[in-house]
Every structure is written in C-alpha cells, then in structure tokens.
Design a protein. Structure first.
Length: 135
C-alpha cells in the first residue's frame, strides 16, 4: 500500500511508476489518502461519471437503459465511446467491493441492441458510489 499527502505527490509518483508497469496506476481512478480510512478516495471525476452511469441505469427501470441514454450520461457522442468510459467505472465499482456483473448486466435486447440493466447488488453499489462522492 502506498499513501501520499496530496494529489500533486500522487501525480509525481504515478509519473515515476508509469514506466515500470504494464497498466498505469492513474487508470484505476483513485488515490488512497494518508488517513488510513477503510475506503479509498476516488477522483471526483471518476465518481461523478460512475454515479451518472448508475443513475441512467436506475432511471431506466426494468426495461434497461439503451446505448443512447448511457452515452449521454457518460458525455460521449455515440455508443462507441461507452467502453472507454466504462473501464474506470468498473474499476471503481470493484474497488468498492462489488463485481461488475453483480451491479449491472449488459445483454442484448430483442432487436439485438445492447442495454444496461440493474444487477442484484445494484442498489448497494449505487449507494456506495453516492456516499463516496458525498464524503
């Protein structure tokens, strides 16, 4: 475990470590603070994106959110940008103690289009992300 005093120190450490790893640390989307709190401190932007994504799924109800709704929530122009934005969200979800498949599912609907639906641990993950954002 590595702790840092502030985001500047974290950025310097990340820059040094990037050359030594296959996966950059900053792709994880969070920085552990020195207070040894049990929950990681996530970058606000990553947490806001995750909350927007989960809110879109929640608001869609049982029918599921279509790609256009998810793309709008993630502020991407079309469905092709969703995957890149979902990666840090999935990492955040996992860092909070959930598996992606427990939180949401991404099947195809009857027309063959992808939809995002709530999983069995959706509400718990939604609450964890919201609580992380609100401190």
């Amino acid at each position: 475990e590595v702790t840092v005093a502030d985001t500047t120190e974290a950025a310097e450490l990340i820059a040094k470590l990037n050359g030594m790893q296959d996966k950059p640390i900053q792709s994880l989307g969070y920085i552990k603070s020195r207070d040894d709190s049990p929950r990681p401190e996530f970058r606000r932007e990553a947490t806001e994106s995750a909350l927007a994504f989960l809110t879109a799924i929640k608001d869609a109800g049982d029918r599921g959110a279509e790609a256009e709704v998810i793309a709008k929530a993630l502020k991407v122009d079309n469905h092709k940008g969703i995957g890149g934005r979902a990666t840090p969200i999935n990492k955040l979800i996992e860092a909070l103690g959930f598996k992606q498949h427990q939180v949401y599912d991404n099947p195809r609907n009857q027309e063959g289009r992808r939809i995002w639906q709530k999983g069995r641990m959706f509400q718990q993950a939604y609450d964890a992300v919201r609580n992380n954002l609100n401190g």
